[in-house]
Design a protein around this ligand. Structure first.
Ligand code: SF4
Ligand code: F3S
Length: 106
């Protein structure tokens, strides 16, 4: 499965959601996640993210392993998103800031 990681938080550009053939993306207030039970590993979403927040489960950056379980957990709670929308208002300022997990809203 593919996993959305730290860099998506506070940016949420949503370019990733439109290419998913199985509608695996779920949206929260300032982050998106992938449902691991739906993802078919097609790889289409990974290059769509302008800030490289999406990784294969086996290749998430060091220190971000918790995002594997977080995607599974939050995808059960959040609604599906299939259409692109504007990124969050301060997205530019938050691009590539480390350790955004503390900013995650549920
Ligand atoms: Fe959807 Fe493919 Fe990305 Fe999995 S890898 S979330 S199936 S676009
Ligand atoms: Fe997040 Fe990138 Fe998608 S910022 S919403 S993973 S395009």
């Amino acid at each position: 499965t593919f996993v959305v990681t730290d860099n998506c938080i506070k940016c949420k550009y949503t370019d990733c959601v439109e290419v998913c053939p199985v509608d695996a993306f779920h949206e929260g207030p300032n982050f998106l996640v992938i449902n691991p039970d739906e993802c078919i590993d097609c790889t289409l979403c990974e290059p769509e993210c302008p800030i490289n927040a999406i990784y294969p489960e086996d290749d998430v950056p060091a220190g971000q392993e918790a995002f594997v379980a977080l995607n599974a957990e939050l995808s059960r709670e959040w609604p599906v998103i299939t259409e692109r929308k504007d990124g969050l208002p301060d997205a530019k300022e938050w691009e590539n800031k480390p350790g955004k997990l503390a900013e995650l809203k549920r």
